[in-house]
Write a protein that binds this ligand. Structure first.
Ligand code: ADP
Ligand code: MG
Length: 729
């Protein structure tokens, strides 16, 4: 009798929701309580220090070292009032998580005691011993150290007793070792390129921001059940488990009533998120049982990325107080939907224009079309790279399956916008741009209703869809750091806008009017980027063939997809935009391949252990029981009758033997395959070996385990089943 499984199941089913006390104030009052935002800067800093800091935040002005001490003192005063005793540089290494090392404020006071101190030097720069973070060989342990440096554009915040300072993480030789440094560079590049293009239309624009609104999907599992599944615990996903007879086929979970235990968790999470200045707004059930979504109001991209990293760790923490574990893996359960993190992306100016939103006048719409078409060109030219930017061992399970964006990047525009682009393509230049009396140019661009947010015109299968005033990059994985996708996308758009400006300027120099020049180049682009536009069913087989004909990247092997970072076009793009050098790109790819290998390696080990410790022993025990029964039948019945009565059991005995034999043999060959792969020195080749030989074995073995789960006595099965894991009461 499998007591642990039944005990945890019983406990999970009896668990009561935790009572969550909401703060007595309204959300607008406790929003940002733990953030050193402008309001607090103003209160805790001398006015000229405040002014300089705001300038550094808004315009990227270098932070004057002379004021750092005063900023630090103000921060410390604020933090101490909240009971803070420690501080940390909070950064985003290439591990997908965040890293922090806490130091307390205490220093020697010179009189044999200690005092609380926090200097500007400690705020601005630190040298964490970071030799154990992945760096792809940029920095060996015996080489120069790396350092972390404060990013003033993302505000400092307090978690528990610690002041957290968002920082970049860089090698002494200058290479980025994290996600934030290249992201800031990509945002700088897109700002510059987009401001230049904006000047064709609005000369007063000084700054263009990239915006990001992420939608975080996740699963919740009761913590007792989670603890009884070593695969979930060690790999983040179930490596085995037969589908429950009911899962999502009735479509009764999406937007359904939220279970009370989960509602309590969400409420708690939202309060804590708001206190940390994360503007969370939306919550609902997702498609799969136990799957949910959380989304804030969009923010400036760098801050939104930080907030997403912060909320992922907050979710993990809050889930535990509610007796849950949160699963951020892209595919924790086979047979039900996986989790993504849609990245809603757009550009907007300091003058308040949303550049991806249609306007009211023909001029405004030409600007709108300019930014849309340049984005499409960027996505078209770098579609393989964008796919690489969201690819990982875990997200690979989700992409290409029949529920998520396929492993081909294409863009859906909706009927109205498509019609406008078709119109521009089909008309002549003279028809589009005519001289209209004393008003000068007349533009024949059809009206587009502002905000096309219309659910009837949405294509859920598109990995990069236009949704009214933004693009939604849907292929991003739930566990990923959004920065990876945002670095690639913003850099690609920056490069494209720069190119566009060159081409338009050339025509103007040759005597074209500005509007005619813009329209001419736009029309050329509309033709050129056509292959990226796809409004049909992205899940269909026909699309795969069609996409290949169109020359889109159709590679499905994760380690090979990473090659996209090192194509001449990608290296040229990243280098010319000042985002990453070839050396950095190479180093980061080493990390990607290494991580891929390790993840599959861990899964293979865990599966091997589960098979030998749980599955095979239980199946064998049950088989013996049946064998016993067969013998006993022979003892009390005549041969003919006994044969008849034991026929069924004999069939099951044989099946169990077949499955267990297969499993044991293949676990052995998986070990052998790993030995072979581990001998490969080249990280890329090793990752390919893991992808081609070991990853498929996991699936083959699983098939037989899942069959056994169906046959073996439920009382004996040790591991919680899908029907138990997936249905929170
Ligand atoms: P849906 O699930 O219908 O796509 P949600 O409301 O769940 O929509 O999420 C949409 C996300 O897009 C939110 O984070 C929202 O703030 C964000 N968003 C809305 N407008 C923009 C924009 N112009 N730029 C970037 N993000 C945006
Ligand atoms: Mg969405």
């Amino acid at each position: 009798m499998s007591t642990l499984r039944f005990r945890v199941v019983e406990k999970a089913f009896q668990a009561k929701p935790l009572e969550v006390k909401a703060p007595s104030e309204r959300p607008s009052e406790y929003f940002g309580k733990y953030v050193f935002n402008r309001e607090k800067m103003f209160k805790y800093l001398p006015s000229q220090v405040y002014a300089k800091l705001v300038d550094a935040m808004d315009h990227g002005a270098a932070l004057d070292r002379s004021i750092a001490d005063e900023v630090a003192a103000g921060m410390k005063r604020w933090a101490t009032e909240l009971g803070v005793t420690h501080y940390t540089h909070w950064f985003q290494p290439l591990t997908e998580g965040t890293a922090e090392k806490h130091d307390s404020f205490i220093e020697h006071d010179g009189k044999g005691g200690v005092m609380e101190e926090f200097s500007g030097k400690l705020l601005v720069q630190q040298e964490p011993d970071a030799s154990s973070f992945p760096n792809g060989g940029i920095r060996n342990t015996f080489e120069a150290r790396g350092y972390s440096a404060w990013d003033p554009s993302s505000p400092v915040f307090v978690v528990d007793d610690t002041l957290c300072i968002p920082t970049v993480f860089i090698a002494y030789t200058g290479e980025s070792l994290d996600y934030k440094a290249p992201l800031l560079k990509a945002l700088r590049a897109v700002n510059k390129a987009a401001v230049d293009v904006c000047h064709y239309f609005n000369p007063e624009v000084k700054k263009v921001m990239a915006y990001l609104g992420w939608e975080q999907e996740y699963f919740l599992v009761d913590e007792g059940l989670y603890a009884a599944r070593p695969d979930l615990l060690l790999t983040g996903r179930t490596l085995m488990g037969h589908e429950a007879s009911k899962n999502q086929q009735l479509e009764d979970h999406y937007f359904g009533a939220i279970p009370t235990r989960v509602a309590a968790f969400m409420k708690d999470l939202e309060i804590q998120a708001l206190e940390l200045g994360i503007p969370v707004k939306t919550r609902h059930n997702e498609v799969a049982p136990n799957q949910f979504e959380l989304a804030p109001i969009f923010e400036e991209c760098n801050l939104a990325v930080d907030h997403n990293m912060l909320i992922m760790s907050l979710m993990r923490k809050v889930a535990r107080t509610h007796g849950f574990r949160v699963l951020l893996h892209e595919k924790p359960f086979k047979g039900v939907n996986g989790s993504g993190k849609h990245n809603n992306w757009s550009l907007g100016t300091d003058t308040g224009i949303l550049l991806m939103a249609p306007g009211k006048t023909a001029d405004e719409n030409l600007r709108f079309i300019t930014f849309i078409v340049n984005t499409l060109m960027a996505v078209y030219r770098h579609n393989g790279l964008l796919k690489a930017s969201i690819m990982s061992a875990t997200n690979a399970h989700r992409l290409g399956a029949n529920e998520a964006p396929p492993a081909i990047i294409s863009s859906f525009l909706g009927t109205q916008l498509s019609r406008v682009l078709d119109h521009m393509e089909d008309s002549t230049l003279d028809e589009l741009v005519s001289l209209g009396g004393k008003h000068g140019m007349k533009l024949d661009i059809p009206q587009i209703p502002e905000l096309l947010i219309d659910n009837t015109d949405r294509n859920r299968t598109s990995p990069f869809a236009f949704t009214g005033n933004r693009f939604e990059f849907r292929a991003v994985g739930s566990e990923a750091n959004c920065a990876s996708a945002m670095i690639a996308l913003n850099t690609a758009v920056a490069e494209q806008l720069t190119l566009f400006k060159q081409e338009v300027d050339e025509l103007i120099e040759r005597g074209e009017t500005k509007v005619a020049a813009i329209v001419q180049i736009i029309r050329k682009y509309i033709k050129e980027c056509k292959p990226i536009r796809f409004d049909g069913n992205g899940y269909s087989e026909e699309w795969k063939e069609e996409a290949a004909r169109r020359g889109l990247d159709c590679e499905t092997s994760c380690p090979i997809i990473f090659d996209q970072y090192l194509t001449p076009a990608a290296v040229q793009m990243f280098e010319s935009a000042g985002v990453m050098t070839r050396k950095e790109l190479e180093a980061r790819n080493e990390v990607k391949w290494e991580t891929y290998t390790k993840k599959i390696q861990i899964e293979a080990r865990v599966l091997g252990d589960l098979v030998m410790n749980h599955v095979v022993p239980v199946a064998t025990e049950y088989q013996s029981k049946l064998v016993d029964n067969v013998f006993k039948l022979k003892g009390i019945f005549l041969a003919e009758m006994a044969d008849k009565l034991s026929a069924e059991n004999l069939a099951i005995i044989t099946k169990i033997a077949e499955h267990t034999t297969y499993i044991k043999e293949h676990v052995d060959s998986m070990v052998e395959a790993r030995k072979v792969a581990n001998k490969i020195a080249d990280e890329r080749e090793k990752a390919i070996a893991y992808h081609d030989t070991i990853a498929p074995m996991l699936e083959q073995i699983r098939y037989h385990i899942d069959k056994l789960e169906l046959i073996v006595d439920d009382q004996m099965w040790t591991l919680p089943k899908y029907r138990e894991l997936l249905f929170i009461r």
